[in-house]
Write a protein that binds this ligand. Structure first.
Ligand code: HAM
Length: 421
């Protein structure tokens, strides 16, 4: 019998790379926490209609990428392909819009699932950290959200010069009708549009901007863009956001072709791209979604804005920029016992250190002292703590600095202080 392989497109993150992954996730979450975005935990699956209605029927996600199944009760459920629709569903179900104290600021982290064709940077299971701010139209909130994504990527270790922030305004829903007529008229005038584009267009003409079909980039370069056909209100909103962000030194690239792959966006839409990632260069993206609550069935308008940053892709971007953070050792201290009879004492010493907050390991299986020192080196520990019969008799531990080789005897009760960790 063979060991079954992992599922295609679902990565295993193992040590030591898993430590980089954790550091990136922690940097994203810390940025959110420092701005008062409180962590929420919502299910990894939802009723399918949350995404069908929320993400939008015209999107690649809903059309072909969702992991949807029927449970034993005959309900159609879907593994979350993204976080916004589910987090907003939870907020609406909890009555957040009517509880006052808006905007409400939340963050989340976890695994997401899309049945895409796996390639470098594109997986079927991936990890995101996201933030969502609900209940305010203030352009200062848009600026805060875009700025926090930028700060989060810098905190994770990416440098300014490998990052690009693309921004666009998609206007309000009411701006769409007249604009889509223009876009359709333009596309009608192009002979021999690829079938894939015709299909996208039938679902939502804006999706023509996402097409990677040969020749489409040139065709869309001359297409009318939504940003030129939004209301004065939306235009003014966008200008205020841009002014606020420029004052904070965020380098913005205006990209009138940025429409994003989800249907819920209105007004502000943005994406963070990192150099060196090839085709899958978006490390994060987001925008405003002022109509999403109503799409989900809420009776009133309830605006929101947020982003999600891809943890997996950010690790790849750090690697490709040679900017992976230095990895701390697996533990800080490693107990070496010169005799198997001392395994109880070794475990007790490791436990005392762990209780005091010092990450500590010890060797198993009756290894030689030499082999234990090798294991200590491999663990990344800074100190080896040697216990032999002589140490036990004297109530001391021999503390060896594995960097300098220096060693000294320290009273058993004073070890934690002596390490100075
Ligand atoms: P998204 O642009 O679809 O937005 O995904 C955000 C990020 O998740 C991407 O920039 C990328 O880094 C990562 N990602 C997406 N798909 C994959 C994949 N197949 N493999 C690896 N990484 C991937 C959203 O999900 C929106 N919910 C963001 C948002 C929040 N908008 C408003 N609030």
């Amino acid at each position: 019998m063979q060991v079954p392989e992992g599922v295609k497109g679902a990565p295993d993150w193992l040590p030591p790379e898993a430590r980089v992954f954790d550091a990136v996730e922690a940097a994203f979450l810390a940025t959110a926490r420092l701005a008062g975005y409180e962590r929420v935990r919502v299910p990894v699956f939802e009723q399918t209609e949350v995404f069908a209605r929320g993400v939008g029927a015209s999107t690649d996600i809903v059309q072909k990428e969702m992991y949807t199944f029927t449970d034993k009760g005959g309900r159609s459920l879907t593994l979350r392909p993204e976080g916004t629709a589910g987090v907003l569903r939870a907020a609406l179900e909890a009555g957040v819009p009517r509880a006052g104290a808006l905007p409400v600021k939340w963050s989340y982290a976890g695994e997401f699932f899309r049945q895409e064709r796996p390639q470098a940077g594109r997986q079927r299971q991936f990890s995101q950290v996201g933030i969502e701010a609900f209940g305010s139209d203030d352009p200062a909130l848009d600026a805060e959200v875009v700025l926090l994504g930028w700060e989060a990527l810098l905190r994770a270790g990416l440098e300014r010069d490998v990052l690009t922030v693309r921004m666009n305004t998609l206007g309000d829903r009411t701006d769409r009708g007249p604009y889509l007529e223009r876009l359709n008229a333009y596309l009608d005038g192009i002979a021999g549009l690829p079938a894939e584009v015709e299909e996208r267009r039938r679902l939502n003409p804006l999706r023509a901007f996402d097409s990677k079909a040969p020749g489409m980039a040139a065709i869309m370069a001359d297409a009318p863009v939504l940003a030129d056909h939004v209301s004065d209100d939306a235009k003014h909103h966008h200008e205020t956001v841009v002014t606020l962000l420029e004052a904070e030194g965020v380098p913005l690239t205006h990209d009138p072709h940025l429409v994003r792959g989800l249907d819920y966006y209105t007004r502000t839409a943005f994406e963070y791209q990192a150099a060196g990632l090839g085709a899958q260069n978006a490390v994060g993206g987001g925008g405003r979604y002022d109509g999403l609550a109503e799409d989900l069935g809420w009776p009133e308008r309830f605006p929101g804005i947020g982003w999600a940053l891809g943890v997996d892709r950010t690790v790849l971007a750090l690697r490709s920029a040679g900017a992976e953070p230095p990895l701390p050792g697996r533990v800080a201290a490693f107990v070496v016992a010169t005799d198997t009879a001392l395994r109880g004492a070794a475990l007790a010493l490791a436990t005392a250190l762990r209780r005091a907050g010092v990450a500590t390991d010890f060797a198993c299986d009756g290894r030689s002292v030499k082999a234990q020192f090798k294991a200590a080196d491999r663990s990344g520990a800074r100190y080896a703590l040697v216990l032999g019969p002589a140490e036990i008799d004297r109530g001391v531990v021999t503390v060896k600095d594995l960097g300098s080789g220096e060693q000294r005897a320290v009273a058993r009760d004073a070890v934690v202080d002596a390490l100075g960790l």
